[in-house]
Write a protein that binds this ligand. Structure first.
Ligand SMILES: Cc1cc2nc3c(=O)[nH]c(=O)nc-3n(C[C@H](O)[C@H](O)[C@H](O)COP(=O)(O)OP(=O)(O)OC[C@H]3O[C@@H](n4cnc5c(N)ncnc54)[C@H](O)[C@@H]3O)c2cc1C
Length: 424
């Protein structure tokens, strides 16, 4: 979830500080003395890159407390991507700076350093790590792969880190700093693989009801098998659907925002078919076993007594329906709900009922067809817009199109929050 610029800058600073603290400490500790400038640079880039790679692993740990510290899972992933790219560039510059150092000794030394066949197997490990890292980064940034295939390729990055650490260990031996980095990396990788991906840190639920909301979207009610997660409207959970009598789950964890939270611990999820796994989930049946991790996110934690403007695009309606179901509105709330066709508009009847019965709640349901929403016209219908706190949930292009209009209407940027259903 994104908050206003002031909050964003504070968070960015905290995350940046947390990202840099380990690499800076490591470089300070390992800073070489008495070497040529290029050789020193090569050593500094190697240590800084290795430490940043370990930070990168720590940032992919899906742990609710850690995510909260970093301002949410989405910013943590953003910094996971940034630190991964920065670590790769630093590590790539390590052999290049070594080659420049060799060049000053004799030009053929530079070539020897860069030619893998002239090297020993520990150096090969380093090159292998770089190739794996490059492959993992390319499949993340250059291609828009389906989640399952992307995840498979993304494991190359984990392997790249292991080979990279092995390369340094074989060359340097048991240096205390290196051992510390190896332990941290193994803890992060182990946590992510065992606790998160294999679901040891997750809680068991069972699907108790399935309703078909609109074509291509179901709503599943999940009942806790033991302890329930403490979820509030606006938050999301990571969910892996398992097997039922006829249904075979895809088994991997996907993020879904809760569409309902009951006092007995039951939660509801509205799931739209957007790709292979979410399409498969449309065949869900009661009795299916489910594992849940979380909760994550701070969306809809309304900060002020200001009137609320909610803007939902398509399946982005889920946090708002959860809030309306939880309790009647206590402050004035306007919901602009955008959808392409009336047949696709999930929960429309229920929302109309709330609007008819709750004096604090106004609904503008807008069928946009294939055209982009006419935001100037829609925003004119909100009285005293500049006084509102605005919460937006929907596809990134919708959020991006709306933000400038809110700015022009005088809404305080600190009072604009948005959630995009898209991160990896
Ligand atoms: C915070 C958050 C809340 C969400 N809430 C809902 C919701 O309430 N209802 C709903 O229907 N959908 C929601 N989504 C989107 C949902 O997670 C994806 O539609 C689903 O994971 C698609 O997976 P797939 O294998 O079917 O499709 P793919 O072809 O793999 O992906 C289709 C789209 O979903 C995105 N996606 C796929 N897997 C993931 C993943 N593990 N993490 C993040 N994004 C992914 C892809 O980037 C792509 O844009 C939410 C996403 C996020 C990040």
């Amino acid at each position: 979830m994104n908050k206003g610029p002031g909050v964003q800058w504070r968070r960015r600073f905290t995350t940046l500080a947390l990202t840099l603290i380990l690499p800076l400490a490591v470089v300070w500790w390992a800073f070489p003395e008495g070497l040529t400038p290029w050789r020193s640079a090569a050593i500094v880039t190697a240590w800084a890159g290795t430490a940043l790679l370990v930070v990168n692993l720590l940032l992919m740990v899906r742990q609710p407390h850690l995510a909260r510290l970093l301002g949410g899972l989405e910013p943590a992933y953003l910094w996971h991507h940034r630190s991964g790219m920065a670590a790769y560039l630093l590590l790539l510059s390590h052999p290049l700076t070594l080659a420049v150092d060799g060049w000053f000794e004799a030009p053929h030394r530079a070539w020897e350093i860069l030619a893998p066949w002239a090297q020993s197997w520990p150096v090969w490990l380093g090159w292998l790590a770089l190739v794996l890292l490059m492959f993992g980064l390319a499949t993340t940034f250059a291609l828009r792969l389906p989640y399952r295939r992307w995840r498979g390729f993304h494991f190359a990055l984990g392997l790249g880190v292991v080979f990279g650490l092995a390369h340094v260990y074989v060359l340097l031996g048991e240096v205390i700093l290196l051992l510390l980095l190896i332990v941290l990396a193994l803890l992060a990788l182990g946590w992510r693989l065992i606790a998160s991906d294999l679901g040891v840190a997750s809680l068991p639920y069972r699907v108790s009801q399935v309703t078909r909301q609109v074509p291509g979207m179901i709503e599943a009610t999940l009942t806790p098998a033991a302890t329930a997660l403490a979820v509030t409207p606006g938050q999301f959970v990571l969910v892996a659907f398992g097997d039922g009598t006829h249904f075979r789950g895809c088994g991997e964890y996907h993020p879904f925002t809760v569409s309902g939270v009951a006092e007995d611990g039951t939660i509801s999820l509205a799931i739209k078919s957007l790709g292979p796994c979410s399409q498969h989930i449309q065949a869900m049946e009661p009795g299916v076993r489910v594992r849940l991790q979380g909760p994550f996110g701070t969306f809809l934690q309304e900060s002020a007594m200001a009137p609320q403007l909610w803007v939902a695009g398509g399946i982005g309606i889920t946090p708002f329906i959860a809030a309306l179901r939880a309790q009647p509105r206590t402050r004035h709330t306007t919901l602009i709900y955008l959808f392409r066709r009336a047949a696709d508009a999930a929960f429309l009847e229920e929302l109309t009922d709330y609007a008819n019965n709750d004096p604090h709640f106004i609904l503008h349901a807008v069928e946009t067809g294939k055209m982009p929403a006419d935001f100037p016209h829609l925003l004119q219908q909100v009285d005293e817009l500049a006084q509102h706190e605005v919460n937006i949930c929907g596809p990134a292009p919708m959020v991006n199109a709306l933000l400038p209009h809110l700015g022009k209407s005088g809404v305080d940027p600190e009072m604009i929050h948005y959630e995009r259903f898209d991160f990896r």
